[in-house]
Design a protein around this ligand. Structure first.
Ligand code: PAZ
Length: 344
């Protein structure tokens, strides 16, 4: 038995294998958001997360600190309960992890709802996707492992920031793997955060699947190719439009920032504006897969404005999030003042 008390979401919940007693999910029409939460079982670990989140919010609210929920990484849609195959959404978690660091630097406490094993604030600088961690090490003359001289200066800065966030309890890590876990956890955290009203900010950078397989149709075991004549036909349902619930009922007073990812530049702004009109929240940040690290577009009810790194900034390794987050914080501050004037 392991002594690890952390929640791990990448281990499938095999208890909830195919269950014919569950009502069949309504097909071929837009799914009512509430149906989703009524017809699916919440993840078994949710009460543990609820306790951690409530404690974190109380602690920071007492100190009058603003709290941001940053979502990060892609969700999966498992095709089997003992999951061998799943559909994934693209995201390394760079946007979320980097943004979280800049929120922390600007005095926010951060609930980091992330795809388990995707990039995390601070450790992202030394991720296996950029280097093997052993490449940062060297052996000293007396046979000890040390950080290589060329990385010392940068690493001490990152280490200090990391320790500061840790020792001041400023960062709460909450994992998800599947879209199902993401939706239940988002709802839970949103409802807990709604208690602090306008002081809460939602920064939704996760890449969430638009389609899912209702639990009533997920088989327990690995799909066998001979059973289906060698073909696999996957019939997915649209994921409920949770953003409308978030804006209208889970956290109606808080400021909500969503992201829109496209690959075709000619539709980016139209899609971002469409999301804003549909959900009526405060800000959509549009980005293209190809250029997301260098430019984004802020779309609000009133305007569209590109935020771009200059070539010198790109060459100097500046994160675009260092430009995005101060802008988002300014908008959050105005939103707080506006809500306070309205007595909210
Ligand atoms: O994690 P990453 O840095 O590789 O990518 C970030 C992103 C493109 C997933 C994010 O900026 C984003 O656009 N998220 C929303 C995706 C969507 O439209 O669902």
């Amino acid at each position: 038995m392991s002594g690890d008390k952390r929640v791990h979401t990448s281990v499938p919940d095999t208890e909830t294998a195919i269950d014919r007693n569950l009502p069949e999910f309504p097909a071929a029409k837009p799914i009512d958001e509430d149906n989703y939460f009524r017809l699916h079982k919440p993840p078994p670990y949710l009460s543990q997360i609820s306790r951690d989140v409530a404690e974190f919010i109380n602690y920071h609210h007492l100190q009058k600190r603003k709290i941001v929920l940053v979502t990060s990484g892609g969700t999966t849609v498992p095709l089997e309960n003992n999951t061998v195959r799943f559909i994934d959404n693209f995201s390394a978690g760079t946007r979320g992890a980097t943004s979280a660091e800049y929120f922390l630097e600007n005095g926010y406490a951060v609930v980091f709802l992330h795809r388990e094993f995707s990039l995390l604030p601070y450790s992202r600088h030394y991720s296996h996707t950029t280097n093997c961690f052993l490449d940062y090490m060297t052996e000293s003359k007396d046979g000890k492992v040390e950080v290589n001289a060329e990385f010392q200066k940068e690493m001490i800065v990152v280490l200090r920031k990391y320790r500061y966030a840790q020792s001041n309890n400023l960062l709460l890590l909450v994992p998800f793997t599947t879209v199902h876990q993401y939706l239940f956890t988002l709802k839970l955290i949103a409802q807990e955060l709604s208690v602090i009203g306008s002081d809460a900010l939602f920064y939704l950078a996760a890449a969430v699947s638009d389609f899912f397989l209702p639990s009533s149709r997920v088989p327990e075991h690995k799909i066998q190719s001979q059973e289906s004549g060698g073909k696999l036909v996957v019939d997915l349902e649209p994921v409920p439009k949770f953003l409308s619930r978030l804006v209208d009922s889970w956290a109606p007073i808080s400021m909500i920032v969503s992201f829109k990812l496209e690959t075709d530049s000619s539709i980016l702004i139209k899609k971002a504006r469409g999301a804003l009109e549909r959900y009526n929240h405060q800000l959509v940040i549009g980005n293209l897969l190809q250029s997301r690290k260098y430019e984004v577009v802020f779309v609000t009810q009133e305007s569209e404005r590109w935020v771009r790194l200059s070539q010198e900034q790109v060459d100097a390794g500046i994160d675009i999030e260092s430009l995005i987050i101060p802008e988002v914080i300014k908008l959050h501050q105005s939103s707080i003042e506006e809500k306070k004037k309205m007595g909210l």
